[in-house]
Design a protein around this ligand. Structure first.
Ligand SMILES: [Fe+2]
Length: 222
């Protein structure tokens, strides 16, 4: 009888240990990436935002992040979701941008790596979390640049990315009155972090944005 009781206690302890292990793992690793589809990320974004312009920006950064994930042989869906969600706190908390996002995304069980990456895109502006991984550096570099390139396309007669070339973007880049809200220094810092050139980053961003043309409110001419 005593042996059976001991066996029972031992089984309970084993189950308890397994549960504790699983719990620690879930806390440490966050929710499995597979549970956050693009569709769910958009639903999540809309839960906290209503601004159509900000949504277009989210789609633009998503498109560029997907493109760079592909170039780096990384997970396109993961990088894309991070691009989509990167400004999720901006609509409601513009003065706590990149800070409030931690609370929002933790509440939504978004993995730690996603939250860190998103917070690091405000490095030197609203956070002191430095971009460390290639994904984080890419987000930091392309955030403002994607908006700048869309602005360049919008002022063209075609309102399209299809006939937008590097030289047009560079011309606008030098014109400090054009898209004056875009901090060129941040983009240049990102270029340095990535060890690339501004020209290459612009060229890749144009290519990356083209598949998202319609969701960005631009025209397709090719
Ligand atoms: Fe952004």
């Amino acid at each position: 009888m005593q042996y059976r009781v001991m066996q029972c206690i031992s089984k309970i302890l084993t189950i308890d240990k397994t549960l504790i292990y699983l719990k620690i793992n879930i806390i440490a690793r966050g929710v499995d990436m597979a549970t956050i589809s693009r569709e769910n990320a958009i639903i999540l974004w809309k839960k906290y935002n209503t601004d159509a312009g900000l949504l277009k920006h989210a789609y633009a950064v998503e498109a560029v992040m997907r493109h760079y994930a592909k170039l780096n042989n990384e997970d396109e869906d993961e990088w894309g979701v991070i691009g989509l969600l990167h400004d999720i706190d901006y609509g409601q908390f513009p003065n706590e941008h990149c800070i409030k996002v931690k609370e929002i995304l933790e509440k939504e069980n978004i993995p730690y790596e996603f939250i860190r990456a998103i917070q690091s895109h405000g490095y030197g502006l609203c956070t002191d979390i430095k971009p460390e991984t290639v994904m984080e550096k890419t987000l930091y570099a392309v955030d403002e640049l994607s908006g700048f390139i869309v602005a360049c396309a919008l002022v063209r007669p075609s309102k399209s990315l299809d006939d937008l070339e590097l030289k047009s973007v560079k011309k606008k880049w030098k014109d400090t009155r054009f898209a004056s809200g875009v901090d060129r220094t941040v983009i240049e810092n990102g270029v340095e972090m990535l060890g690339t050139t501004l020209d290459d980053l612009i060229k890749e961003c144009i290519i990356a944005l083209r598949p998202a043309t319609l969701s960005l409110g631009l025209n397709k001419i090719n």
